[in-house]
Design a protein around this ligand. Structure first.
Ligand code: GLC
Length: 452
């Protein structure tokens, strides 16, 4: 590491510490003030993975607090709404009213307002990372407060989001955490939701009015209005079923076996088993069976010709052959064969697709859907890099892992603590002072493996 970059790392640590303090709300950390005033599942985990280096007990509280939103069914929602005066603010009201979780479902927690869907199941990863930084007594208490609930969460996934082959289905692009990712957007355009043009126009008008993001961030960095209408239309269908995931299975046309979500599930299943061994919790037999099915059947999503994993429509069984970073995420799962790993790493390094100066673009540059600034349609994100680097390290690819980590820090040094980054220039995009960028950059910096 050169002197200059060492200085960068120190700056990054200082900046990260500032952002984490700025967004701290006592028992949780919001992703970014203004645009993201609530708790999000995977944001909280990524943030706490960084925060553990500053205050491990506070990081443990952040992860434990996610369960204040857990549904009776076991589901952990992707969002828990901030209570109190924010509800009085005209900009924040719609989120809470829109979902109306307590009004519509008996399964929703009574004391907390949440959404009715989930996000990539990264909680076990967070528990294990944060657990490492705690003393043994605190770790025991932390495990006791979280592992049983995480087992219930994974059981929910298999009970209500599984068509029998162990591959998790997602029902809304918000669940993937990669909202306007082209694989979902293009697929959703092909689904007939049975809406008249008049209804769709009304939805478009409401979506345009309620959107908060384009009021603070340039609109070419966010989802298009057409994409926002797709979200809203699917959401209204979800709401009509009162987030009853059994009803959804029968009445709802959008069930995707998403590569990214299944990759996260596979890795977190493994971690959950390690955690259960440490804590003495028992993983039920049906969960164990499903865990091995997912690991085995992710291979059904492999496309030998392209050397990528593609999402699949669980209703029709059709593959959705659109390349995005999700297709590389099995690198995090730990379930790829050496040959699959080799081919995915080749894609990562290919300068005409994913191998850009500030990696990893969420859509390859040679895709017709690539857009360098638009959210999950091109920009690079620190969390995806962190997950992939972790998987590379575990599959014996230390050199690639360390390059990806140092490229990520270089990107943050250029673009700042922003939400995402332009892959050619490193320009920071989206919300400023973004918590998971801060948390994960801090975690990478602490690892001191950067070689750049
Ligand atoms: C956006 C992102 C999602 C994230 C949320 C809060 O919706 O796409 O992944 O969890 O913002 O940061």
């Amino acid at each position: 590491m050169t002197e200059e970059n060492f200085t960068n790392t120190e700056n990054i640590e200082r900046e990260a510490t500032r952002v984490l303090a700025l967004n701290d709300r006592g028992n949780h950390t919001i992703p970014a003030a203004g645009m993201y005033p609530h708790t999000w599942l995977w944001d909280e985990v990524f943030t706490d993975i960084g925060l553990r280096h500053l205050d491990a007990q506070r990081a443990a509280l952040g992860i434990t607090s996610l369960f204040r939103g857990q549904w009776r069914s076991g589901m952990v929602p992707n969002m828990i709404f901030t209570k109190g005066r924010l509800f009085g603010h005209p900009g924040f009201k719609p989120d809470y009213l829109m979902w109306n979780s307590r009004g519509l479902s008996d399964d929703a927690p009574r004391s907390t307002a949440t959404t009715g869907i989930t996000q990539p199941p990264v909680i076990a990863e967070g528990i294990q990372r944060v657990g490492k930084n705690l003393g043994s007594e605190d770790r025991k208490a932390f495990y006791a407060a979280t592992i049983g609930k995480t087992i219930a969460y994974h059981q929910w996934i298999y009970r209500e989001r599984n068509t029998g082959d162990g591959l998790m289905t997602a029902v809304h692009p918000w669940e993937t955490g990669m909202e306007n990712t082209p694989a979902w957007m293009e697929h959703m355009k092909t689904i007939d939701w049975g809406r008249s043009t008049t209804v769709l126009n009304t939805i478009a008008r409401i979506a345009a009015r309620l959107r908060r993001d384009t009021k603070t961030v340039a609109s070419d960095e966010r989802a298009t209005l057409e994409q926002a209408v797709l979200y809203a239309d699917a959401f209204l269908h979800l709401r009509r079923t009162h987030y009853d995931h059994h009803k959804l299975a029968e009445q709802y046309p959008l069930h995707i076996q998403d590569v990214h979500m299944n990759s996260v599930l596979i890795r977190n299943n493994d971690i959950l088993q390690e955690l259960a061994t440490d804590s003495g919790d028992r993983i039920p037999d049906d969960l164990l069976e499903n865990i091995s099915l997912t690991r085995q059947n992710i291979n059904e999503l492999w496309n030998e010709k392209d050397g990528l994993f593609y999402a699949r429509d669980a209703v029709t069984g059709n593959s959705i052959p659109i390349a995005t970073i999700a297709c590389l995420m099995p690198l995090y799962s730990g379930a790829t064969s050496p040959e699959q790993t080799r081919r995915l790493v080749e894609h990562m390094a290919n300068p005409v697709s994913f191998g850009l100066p500030y990696p990893i673009p969420t859509v390859p540059t040679n895709s017709p859907f690539y857009h360098e600034k638009r959210y999950w349609s091109g920009p690079s994100w620190v969390n995806m890099n962190w997950l992939i680097a972790d998987g590379l390290r575990r599959s014996g690819r230390a050199e690639e892992a360390s390059k990806l980590s140092s490229d990520t820090l270089a990107m943050v040094a250029v673009g700042g603590m922003k939400e995402y980054f332009a892959p050619h220039s490193g320009q920071g995009l989206g919300a400023p002072d973004f918590s998971w960028t801060a948390g994960l950059a801090l975690d990478i910096a602490q690892r001191k493996e950067s070689v750049r």
